[in-house]
Design a protein around this ligand. Structure first.
Ligand code: GLU
Length: 310
């Protein structure tokens, strides 16, 4: 294994020199205004060591990475009943696609596409007020990262809600099949606020520690989720974490990961490391272009892959 800090430093300097940085998401102004030159990387090892490079302390919009945390919360409360309402298959479709929902009777392909996360948000909402449900997710993320400063960007949340016509369509369509129990606007309020959580790479990598440690939060010593369910979340991150780019990511990086259109990716090397990268420019499928490349180099350099023969 290459020494980790020099490896991180060389990745940061290589990424800064790349000419093609991809395209920053432009569907809402607060994301369109982010500089494509930002690049951050944070690695938290199983022994607690934290290594960082570049803009690792700068908060960004975690967007769909929040789907990992909402799934964790919903699995903790609804348990395996959740899988009656959301499937576990890769979609092979864009993150906001509505096409499969009709054939599959309103049961979304997996919890990491928008339709799936909207159903998961409905479960978190259950008998709560949206404010309480959002508060629960934020509390979970803060507990996991051991950082009470993590917050929701209300500008992003408002912009998401004002422009979220596709998500409204997905929610209404799912509701037409009876797979959404709460009012569409309330569910989307929860969904959009979760997408609007802002975190730095350091905070995100710290929040991801339970995924490398069999569900245990080292911050509190508490089991966030059973080891069995945590392993399953990792499996879904591997197969569904990058929308219609999930196969390519598994092929190139070989680790479970979840991306967001803010340019962040949370990656787990089970038992070894929790990793967060941020590079706002996206590839055609809406995943961080340089983030994916950086992770490919990090995983290769450090010798991390869940497919290693040993
Ligand atoms: N807020 C975005 C949406 O719902 C999240 C998409 C993503 O990060 O992939 O459209």
């Amino acid at each position: 294994m290459t020494a980790l800090q020099p490896l991180i430093d060389s990745i940061v300097s290589d990424m800064r020199k790349m000419e093609d940085k991809g395209r920053v998401a432009d569907y809402i102004p607060p994301l369109a205004q982010v500089s494509p030159d930002k690049f951050g990387l944070a690695v938290v090892l199983a022994d607690g060591q934290v290594l960082t490079g570049g803009d690792a302390e700068e908060p960004f919009s975690i967007q769909s990475i929040s789907k990992v945390f909402t799934l964790t919360l919903a699995l903790g409360t609804a348990g395996d009943q959740l899988w009656r309402r959301v499937s576990k298959e890769p979609s092979g479709s864009p993150f906001n696609s509505i096409v499969q929902l009709e054939n599959e009777q309103g049961v979304p392909r997996n919890p990491f596409i928008n339709a799936g996360a909207i159903v998961v948000s409905d479960m978190i909402l259950a008998r709560h007020e949206p404010r309480e449900a959002i508060g629960q997710v934020l509390r979970l993320v803060r507990d996991l990262a051991g950082d009470d400063t993590i917050a929701i960007d209300e500008h992003v949340a408002r912009a998401e809600l004002e422009t979220g016509f596709r998500n409204q369509a997905l929610a209404n369509y799912t509701k037409a099949f009876g797979n959404l129990h709460n009012d569409v606007d309330r569910v989307l309020g929860v969904y959009s606020h979760c997408c609007s959580i802002t975190m730095s790479c350091r905070q995100l990598a710290l929040a991801g520690r339970y995924l490398m440690l069999g569900g245990r939060n080292p911050e509190t010593g508490r089991q966030v989720l059973s080891a069995h369910r945590t392993r399953r979340i990792n499996a879904l991150m591997m197969t569904c974490g990058h929308y219609d780019n999930s196969g390519e990511f598994a092929f190139r990086v070989g680790l479970p990961g979840k991306s967001g259109v803010g340019g962040g990716i949370l990656v787990v090397a089970p038992g070894v490391a929790s990793i967060a990268v941020w590079a706002p420019g996206l590839n055609a499928q809406g995943n961080s272009l340089l983030g994916s490349l950086a992770l490919e180099r990090l995983a290769a350099g450090a010798g991390w892959s869940v497919f290693e023969g040993g």
